[in-house]
Design a protein around this ligand. Sequence first.
Ligand code: C2E
Ligand code: CA
Ligand code: CA
Ligand code: CA
Length: 277
Amino acid sequence: AKEKGRNNYEFHDSDVNKVMSRNLYIENELRKAIERKQFSLYYQPIFHIDSGELFGMEALLRWNHPSLGSVSPTEFIPIAEDTGQIVSIGTWVTEQACKQTKVWHEMGFPTTVLSINVSPLQFEHRNFVHTIKTIIEQTGLDPPFLKLEITESIMKNVTTSTNVLNELREYGVKTAIDDFGTGYSSLYILKKMPIDTIKIDKSFIDDLEEHTSESMVKAIIEMGLNLNLTIVAEGVEKYCQLETLKKLNCTLGQGYYFQKPVSGKGFEQLLIRTKIR
Ligand code: C2E
Ligand code: CA
Ligand code: CA
Ligand code: CA
């Protein structure tokens, strides 16, 4: 876009066309991505803050396209959500990640808890709980070793979401509110929704050196712990952030300070090292 005057932006047709045609291209290529085996999963470890022990890992989707190269999930997930393709992609992610986790458990590694990102569209789909149960049964993973990360957007439909969360809880699957604190209904969620975990958004962790941010994180952790929730800090990048989180009794931590997401093979190496230690 070119700047025009002070506050006006004039979009050149060519700019708009470029974005539109890239999005359309991505949309079309996404349809073939599963059968062409272009998706893979990366795993980022999650650690206990007090002991430093491994708790589990978050599965993160990667798309390697022959001509686009590696496309970021922040680019293709929103497109897959707009077109509804996220439902079948999400099922693929759940199947692959549960299967892999079960294999690791059977290999005798520490029984890690697997976290998976669930889009609102998936969560709202009437078959969602059935799909989760089917995958759990097919893979033989113990339900409490699966944690579903959802966002505050599920608050659009409180009654339905509460029912789904209760069904999942009854079945034994764990749930987490991702990017906690960035929505409009964070406190209401704490009060009303049957969830197990909150993941404090990276933006709060980034600013942890600022007094205001530390007070907020402190308040979130205190409230969460009082409600018997597990608290995860996401995007931990620095030692001083970890120190503060430890002081505030945060349960779990995830971020580049510990480790970046790695391939399945890479995560297995980490499991091997954990076992020896
Ligand atoms: P998210 O769920 O908030 O995942 C955390 C993102 O932050 C990941 O980016 C991760 O690689 C990155 N990250 C972790 N630690 C740090 C850190 O210390 N510093 C920084 N700067 N970044 C860190 P990624 O893998 O690019 O994923 C981006 C988003 O795409 C995810 O955000 C999630 O919303 C979405 N996503 C990824 N995989 C899936 C999936 O399988 N299904 C769905 N529905 N969404 C997914
Ligand atoms: Ca997440
Ligand atoms: Ca997050
Ligand atoms: Ca996020």
